[in-house]
Design a protein around this ligand. Structure first.
Ligand SMILES: N[C@@H](CCC(=O)N[C@@H](CS)C(=O)NCC(=O)O)C(=O)O
Length: 216
């Protein structure tokens, strides 16, 4: 019998965008090959053919190539776990998940993810603005999670995986999560899901956040 082509995930081990995809692959127990794609690889002509934006993560599944972490989560849920809890089919359930995929691509990306990238790798971006946006996001999530176990449904969905990685590693960008107990409980719930693997930790910064970024 022919062995099916393995899934190939292009990414890096410290990319939260990549980690959210790795989480779903592992939680669905899908075998995959990990291909390291640091900046020089992403800039190569061969990679740009796969993703002209030059971004990771990128998933190859036989003849299908999917770029964008949240698009990959949707693809994997629909292709390998149709009808499961990971991505509800009903209109309200699907919209609730999409709302958090948008938060992951917006507030999470330009808040805690940007603060972390600026701190760890001097990535360009307004660090103070990222800190302020992080505070706004964390305050919102804390209130949302005070009465819920997961973001978009009574159970885990791809929304939780999309938001998890950069929030769990927010302190690496100088964004404290200690003042947010409901958020921390949610992070622990995601980390307890079968198949979970942590993203490697990076050093914590010594410098405190600007005052505007501290929760009152
Ligand atoms: N919307 C994309 C963003 C991915 C992204 O920003 N990836 C970063 C690494 S974590 C990257 O490849 N940056 C290189 C670039 O944008 O040129 C997604 O969700 O996958």
């Amino acid at each position: 019998m022919r062995t099916p082509a393995p899934l190939i995930l292009h990414g890096t081990k410290l990319s939260g965008h990549t980690h959210r995809v790795e989480l779903l692959l592992r939680m669905l127990a899908l075998p995959f090959e990990f291909v390291n794609a640091p900046a020089d690889v992403r800039a190569s002509a061969a990679f740009r053919i796969l993703n002209p934006l030059g971004q990771i993560p990128l998933l190859q599944d036989g003849a299908v190539t999917v770029a964008d972490s949240n698009a990959i989560l949707v693809y994997l849920a629909k292709r390998y776990a149709p009808g499961s809890n990971w991505l509800p089919d009903d209109a309200a359930g699907a919209a609730a998940v999409q709302r958090w995929l948008s938060v992951a691509a917006g507030e999470v990306r330009f808040g805690p993810a940007l603060a972390r990238a600026a701190t760890l790798w001097q990535a360009p971006g307004d660090r103070a603005q990222a800190s302020a946006l992080s505070t706004r996001l964390l305050t919102f999530m804390e209130a949302h999670l005070a009465a819920r176990d997961f973001l978009a449904a009574p159970h885990a969905t791809i929304a939780d995986l999309a938001c998890y990685s950069y929030l769990a590693h927010a302190p690496e960008g100088g964004v404290a999560i200690a003042p947010y107990p409901a958020l921390q409980a949610w992070l622990a719930r995601v980390a307890a899901l079968p198949g979970f693997v942590a993203m490697p930790a990076s050093p914590l910064p010594a410098a405190p956040l600007p005052a505007s970024a501290r929760p009152s």
